[in-house]
Design a protein around this ligand. Structure first.
Ligand code: ZN
Length: 127
């Protein structure tokens, strides 16, 4: 979808500004009953990235294991697997992901941050 051809939404501008205000904490959040992706307490936002990361990771692993599967079928099987995972299993998977994942770093001599921002701001419309 050509996102960058859409006019910038004033709502997205507000969301970016609110992100800039900070008051965000990333943490494992475990309700008594179930995993929680995030919540607000006293104007402070708490985010648990585990669910989203585990879902994306399983999705991509299924693509790698079964290159012949359609996008719809990979999504179907991802949901199938996720619904059968306990909160503890999701947490365990997330921790294993964190041990395995390589964080891509900026190459030496790459464009300084200000140049990257300039390119991004004109490029994807959300910046
Ligand atoms: Zn996919």
């Amino acid at each position: 979808m050509p996102k960058h051809t859409q006019p910038r939404s004033p709502l997205m501008v507000s969301v970016w500004a609110e992100l800039g205000a900070g008051r965000l904490t990333e943490d494992y959040i475990k309700d008594k009953a179930q995993f929680v992706d995030g919540y607000i307490e006293g104007g402070h936002i708490y985010i648990n990235p585990a669910n989203a990361v585990v879902e994306t990771c399983i999705h991509e692993i299924l693509h790698r294991l079964h290159g012949e599967w359609s996008e719809a079928y990979v999504s179907n099987r991802t949901t199938f697997l996720l619904r059968r995972m306990t909160d503890a299993e999701i947490q365990q998977f997330y921790e294993e992901y964190q041990r395995r994942v390589k964080k891509r770093r900026r190459k030496r001599g790459a464009a300084p941050v200000s140049d990257v921002r300039g390119r991004t701001a004109g490029g994807d419309g959300d910046g």
